[in-house]
Design a protein around this ligand. Sequence first.
Ligand code: ADP
Ligand code: MG
Length: 218
Amino acid sequence: MSAGANSAAARRGRFITLEGVDGAGKSTHLEWLVARLREAGLDVVQTREPGGTPLAEKLRELLLNEPMRLDTETLLMFAGRCEHVRTVIEPALARGQWVVCDRFTDATYAYQGGGRGLAAGRIAVLEQWVHGDLQPDVTWLFDVPLDVSRERLGRGRTLDRFEREDDAFFERTRAAYHARAEADPARFRIIDSTRPIEAVRAELAAQLRACIDQAAGA
Ligand code: ADP
Ligand code: MG
């Protein structure tokens, strides 16, 4: 690799995604992860999908609340993702910022693919179109079984269209996440999120340190 390529790679920030079924703990750990990165002196953009731009947040409202065809749902997911990638994620990474995103394309494979049964090849076409050259550097997959998810979601929040799906949908979604992780072990870190929050954080802290050191070339 040339020196120029090396310095370009060093300038690029890291793209971290948080994945997992509803109630797995993504949002709980997102702010904490971002705070740890900022403490380490890194410039961090915190974002989420569906959403992350004004237009994509409008699409999120539709996606989470409005009944629609599966193809429509998948296309809208990628329409929002296109805005998000082009206007937020890619520019931030190019500036050397780190991007931490609550869900990304793995969620489409898990929910529209696994949960709803859309052929993975359809998703792959859209993925290639919208972010063919961009993949997360690290993906934390927060993993919990059905009973834990249900118990946590039951704590008073209003459930959206996906969270209201039945047990079989949950199991297909979780299995699709596991299959994604098995297919790309270099990118995925599976987190047993049934443990207490502090135990999860101790594991995350160690993995985050390794990630920061690796990015710094240590
Ligand atoms: P997600 O964003 O993955 O859907 P949340 O982070 O919103 O999940 O967590 C769902 C609920 O479970 C919240 O009430 C949160 O406080 C709780 N929770 C998350 N992780 C744990 C944990 N390790 N132990 C106990 N409760 C947790
Ligand atoms: Mg959440």
